[in-house]
Design a protein around this ligand. Structure first.
Ligand code: GDD
Ligand code: MN
Length: 377
């Protein structure tokens, strides 16, 4: 059986067309199915419409009372309530072609694909012609940003199918933002991905709920996925980014204080502190924010000590290299860069292992799940 999961919010105008089409296509191909309409309390008559349809086809509406409203959240709910051997997720607004469903399921059955996604960007897929440059660009940037996570041409698509047995464990799925296919794809570790070309159609009835704030959520979502997939590398990149901000603060203050008449040595000694403090704070709140915290003051002191040692490694290796090795004496900037890399490497290692040491691992899973829940709110 195929479970077709359709998240809805104020889609009463689209439901009859969608359900008629599903019933028609599924009977043509003689496929056994159920439709789960995952509705976020639209109260627009959707319930009544679905109840009527349920007399002539296998469809039910699950109205999500007392839940946080959200596309991904309702899809996840649907995935775990579905009874089918095959799970397929699609939008209600006729953007996703119903007649692609049989071929997509066939792909799961016969070709041993793990994950089938309806793609607008394969050679045969397409976008509506009237999509403006801004919308195309937007979609393109979003796609490029997700590229290192998954080798699919259209990871933004909300049209996908998997086998029920491959559904990742529920607690691994974060219902953040709009990109539930991407979330399932990464968390499920799917290998054999098949992209089924589709023509994406703009909705005719009703309005899109994809807002600017959803796009910001997408960036947060991406960050999480990178963290999940490339944990240490993702941390290192963020750590380096934070370090560069610190460097700018350091430099700006160094000049500013001299502008106020301070001696350069004194300016240098002072500017270090706001810079290192900003680094500590940003690493605490961004780079390592998925870890639980030590007491701030103690952590700050640890971080300052690590940074000082890091600085001595940086400066010491520079001095050693330039005094003992001709090459570096000639190309001092290479010695400087090597020093920076060594200092930062040390900083990162110590920060990672000790300063922002993960208390959660020791305190067990209980705290882990609390932490995750509180993060979502
Ligand atoms: N239950 C529930 N709760 N459903 C929702 C919610 C919600 O908060 N918000 C939106 N939906 C439903 C809509 O009713 C529709 O069936 C589907 O989710 C997609 O919503 P749209 O508002 O039409 O989104 P879109 O067209 O901007 O985005 C679609 O295309 C994107 C690619 O361009 C979605 O498929 C995205 O996942 C996809 O990335
Ligand atoms: Mn839509």
């Amino acid at each position: 059986m195929i479970s077709i999961i359709v998240p809805t919010y104020n889609e009463v105008k689209n439901l009859p067309t969608l359900l008629d089409l599903i019933a028609q296509v599924m009977s043509t191909y003689q496929l056994e199915y159920e439709v789960l309409i995952m509705d976020d309390v639209s109260q627009d008559g959707s319930e009544e419409v679905v109840k009527q349809y349920s007399q002539k086809m296998p469809v039910k509406i699950i109205v999500r009372h007392n839940k946080i409203r959200g596309l991904s959240d309702s899809v996840i709910d649907g995935l775990y309530q579905a009874k089918g051997k095959f799970l397929l997720v699609m939008d209600a607004d006729m953007s996703h072609p119903v007649d692609a469903i049989p071929a997509m399921i066939e792909q799961l059955k016969l070709a041993n694909s793990d994950f089938v996604i309806g793609s607008r960007y394969t050679s045969e897929g397409s976008l509506p012609k009237d999509w403006g440059i801004k919308r195309r660009l937007n979609s393109w940037v979003a796609t490029i940003l997700a590229r290192p996570l998954a080798k699919v041409s259209d990871p933004m698509s909300g049209f996908f199918a998997i086998c029920n047995k491959n559904l990742p464990a529920r607690h691994t799925l974060n219902p953040i933002g709009y990109k539930i296919a991407l979330e399932v794809l990464i968390k499920g570790g799917f290998k054999e991905i098949y992209e089924h070309p589709i023509h994406f159609q703009d909705r005719i009835q009703g309005e899109s709920k994809l807002t600017f704030s959803e796009q910001l959520k997408y960036l947060r979502h991406l960050r999480r996925l990178y963290q999940y997939r490339y944990s240490t590398w993702a941390e290192l990149v963020q750590f380096a980014g934070v370090g560069s901000i610190g460097f700018v603060i350091d430099l700006a203050l160094y000049y500013l204080l001299q502008g106020f008449g301070l001696q350069h040595q004194i300016a240098r000694a002072i500017s270090f502190w706001p810079a290192v403090t900003s680094n500590w704070l940003l690493n605490r709140t961004i780079t390592f924010n998925h870890r639980s915290y030590k007491k701030p003051l103690r952590q700050w002191i640890n971080f300052v000590m690590t940074s000082l040692i890091g600085f001595f490694i940086n400066w010491g290796s520079y001095t050693l290299m330039t005094t003992h090795i001709d090459f570096f004496n000639q190309y001092k900037v290479i010695a400087l860069m090597t020093g920076v890399a060594m200092g930062m490497g040390f900083n990162f290692l110590f920060s990672n292992l000790f300063v922002f040491h993960n208390l959660r691992v020791e305190e067990g899973m209980q705290k882990n799940s609390n932490h995750r829940n509180s993060e979502e709110k």
